[in-house]
Design a protein around this ligand. Structure first.
Ligand SMILES: [Zn+2]
Length: 136
């Protein structure tokens, strides 16, 4: 789907996670490919934020689309696959999720102070991810 064919209504629905599944993949792909579209989405997210009365409601609604903490860990370690990296980049840099930014800063600080070797950390995050999945 060319970026120009995507309406503000679709972008807003995407940001609110109300976009039908059939359109979701096309919109996410276009967002990954077009900087201009990411800027439009960011501007819409900002306008939407201003329309809310409570900061808490923004926080909660944004958190619905948050990556897992284990995913953020893998993102930091550079062991996340390309599609996930694009999503985390978009979520943090374009949407500017404060929760994940704080989470990432915390993980980054923890890895700086602990300094276990990368392979061990990778195994740790993978086994945590496995445990979380098996619990679902
Ligand atoms: Zn987030």
């Amino acid at each position: 789907m060319p970026a120009l064919d995507i309406t503000d209504e679709q972008l807003t629905a995407y940001l609110q996670e109300q976009l039908p599944l059939a359109e979701l993949a096309a919109v996410e792909k276009a967002l990954r490919e077009h900087e201009t579209l990411r800027r439009r989405a960011a501007a819409l997210a900002l306008r939407r934020d201003l329309a809310y009365h409570s900061v808490g409601s923004i926080w909660r609604s944004e958190r619905l689309s948050c990556p897992e903490r284990t995913e953020l860990g893998s993102y930091l370690l550079g062991t996340l696959d390309e599609a996930h990296v694009a999503y985390v980049d978009f979520h943090i840099r374009t949407l500017g999720c404060r929760y994940c930014t704080a989470n990432l800063a915390d993980l980054s600080e923890a890895s700086r102070t602990a300094k276990p070797d990368a392979a061990r950390r990778r195994r740790y995050f993978e086994s945590s991810a496995g445990k979380l999945r098996s619990r679902e």
